[in-house]
Write a protein that binds this ligand. Structure first.
Ligand SMILES: N[C@H](CCC[C@H](N)C(=O)O)C(=O)O
Length: 276
């Protein structure tokens, strides 16, 4: 049974066509496959599934075995996988996810292979499902004390729940200290991804993300969109911005919908028929 290893700006995934597998305990299998010492190693497992209503369905399981609603870098890899294999022949696709229908548009090279994907990420929910009523659903630059440090946090859902925190020097900020604390903070009953953002100028952000169910990643696509959206709401940036991540750059357009454009790379493939 074939698997394919792909990445979008360094956020890496194992992709498997679900038609071929009948796995019951997908969370445990994802943990084993994503383990960087005893498995293939990845930030997540993506299952390519049939859809009754749309072109295909994507499931994303984090490295800790938790299933997420959507994945920005993952849907670019998914779009490349299904287009290059002619599972979907349209360049503008409709992909079913747990967060709803997501619309990637593939950009191909001279050999009709996908190199870039522009994703319509939909309308961000400023009243994120994951923030309890007492915050009236809206969290923008709310000062919250975490130990001896007060951080101003904003919360938004761009397919999955995100928290955005602006810092003055992203390279020196202790992300590994505050990331895991905020990920599971009690006002986020389903947890949250945590984005630390430095505004470089009105057209460029630097973002580092501590991802829910994964930890530090080289990039988070939905996090880049959340960071750009909150930055625009607060007037820090224009509507079009380059989001620089450790794994590469993404181009984000903040209109009524959010659009994210970025690369996707197929690294290698293999056979996991030995897996039970
Ligand atoms: N870990 C995330 C899912 C993957 C999102 C990220 N990899 C992206 O590119 O959007 C969560 O549990 O919400």
């Amino acid at each position: 049974m074939e698997f394919v290893k792909m990445h979008g700006t360094g956020n890496d995934f194992i992709l498997i066509n679900e038609v071929e597998v009948g796995w019951q305990d997908i969370g445990n299998i994802a943990k084993r496959l994503c383990d960087r010492h005893f498995g293939i190693g990845a930030d997540g497992l993506i299952l390519v599934c049939k859809s009754n209503k749309f072109d295909a369905r994507m499931r994303i399981i984090n490295a800790d075995g938790s299933e997420a609603e959507m994945c920005g870098n993952g849907i670019r890899c998914f779009a490349k996988y299904v287009y290059d294999r002619k599972i979907v022949t349209k360049k503008k696709m409709e992909i079913e996810t747990l967060s709803g229908v997501v619309r990637p548009e593939v950009v191909t090279d001279d050999n009709d292979k996908v190199r870039m994907v522009r994703v319509d990420m939909g309308v961000p929910h400023l009243e994120p499902d994951s923030v309890p009523v007492r915050w009236e659903g809206r969290l923008i630059n709310e000062p919250i004390a975490f130990g001896d440090k007060t951080l101003h946090i904003s919360s938004v859902n761009t397919g999955v729940p995100h928290t955005v925190i602006f810092v003055s020097d992203i390279d020196s900020f202790p992300i590994e200290v505050y990331g895991p604390v905020i990920e599971k903070y009690n006002i986020f009953p389903v947890g949250t991804n945590v984005n630390f953002v430095q505004v470089m100028n009105r057209k460029r952000l630097m973002v580092r993300t501590w991802e829910r169910g994964v930890g530090m990643t080289m990039a988070c696509g939905s996090g880049a969109c959340a960071s750009a959206f909150i930055s625009n709401v607060l007037g820090y940036i224009e509507r079009e911005v380059i989001v620089s991540l450790p794994g590469g750059d993404l181009f984000v357009e903040v209109n009524n919908n959010i659009y994210m454009t970025g690369p996707c790379v197929e690294v290698f493939h293999g056979d996991i028929s030995l897996w039970s």
